[in-house]
Design a protein around this ligand. Structure first.
Ligand SMILES: [Zn+2]
Ligand SMILES: [Zn+2]
Length: 251
């Protein structure tokens, strides 16, 4: 593994450690590219704000801190600055406007909730409702169609526990959509490490059959996963098991 684009910071309220610790571990782990993509600030309408993302007013510090470390570590590692963002149709244009002045390097699509988040189902809440699965797929397709995202992080985040044939049908359609557009799908090491419902074997079987490209994302919420070679090779093994060709250097 030589590049990881999925790294968080303490600003999302559920990651620990300093940026410097993440960078040091990435170097230790032999990474040549380390992309930070913390949970994006989101200019929601009204009073609502989510607890799992940085506040709007923290954006400046996030970007400035990383810019300065980027210079300091220029000889050792290439640091990139991005965000992991959902596609929320009502918020997205305002979001793009908000981040525009920061001139960031990339966005990852990481869809954690449906619709516009406020009052909407979380993607990780188990559901048997095929309409919620359809909504997820329609929404991530629309997001990816904006051309603003580098890849789809944990594409198998939607926790559908209903009819397997329905899952097969809808996800095959989704994987074909990504294949036609050369959109890489992420094998998420956080999910692998924590034994979460993703990476989902059924999803990756479909992706393998469709012929999608994959990329490994650490989804680091603590620094040591960046130097955890055993975990990295677990991700590579996952790709092998499902015949997913891995991309490594996207930027
Ligand atoms: Zn997170
Ligand atoms: Zn993440």
């Amino acid at each position: 593994m030589i590049a990881n684009y999925h790294t968080h910071t303490f600003r999302c309220n559920h990651a620990t450690g300093t940026e410097r610790e993440y960078i040091e571990h990435a170097i230790l782990g032999g990474l040549e590219v380390l992309g930070f993509a913390d949970h994006a600030p989101m200019p929601f309408e009204g009073e609502y704000y989510s607890g799992f993302r940085m506040k709007l007013q923290e954006t400046e510090d996030y970007v400035c801190t990383l810019r300065s470390l980027q210079k300091e570590y220029a000889k050792d590692i290439r640091i990139l600055i991005g965000f992991e963002a959902e596609y929320y149709p009502a918020v997205f244009p305002r979001f793009l406007e908000f981040i525009e002045p920061y001139d960031i390097d990339y966005l990852l699509l990481g869809q954690h909730a449906l619709y516009n988040e406020e009052g909407a189902p979380m993607c990780g809440a188990p559901t048997e409702d095929p309409r919620l699965l359809s909504q997820y797929i329609a929404q991530v397709k629309e997001g990816l169609s904006t051309g603003k995202f580098l890849y789809h992080a944990h594409p198998d985040m939607m926790r559908f526990v209903g009819d397997p044939q329905e899952y097969q049908k809808q996800m095959t359609d989704y994987c074909r959509f990504c294949k036609e557009r050369n959109i890489p799908l992420e094998i998420n090491l956080l999910g692998l490490m924590d034994n979460r419902w993703y990476p989902n074997k059924n999803f990756w079987e479909i992706a393998g059959a469709v012929g999608n490209c994959g990329i490994i994302g650490c989804d680091a919420h603590r620094a040591d996963v960046l130097s955890n070679m055993q975990l990295h090779s677990q991700g590579e093994q996952w790709a092998k098991n499902f015949a997913i060709p891995l991309l490594s250097n996207l930027l």
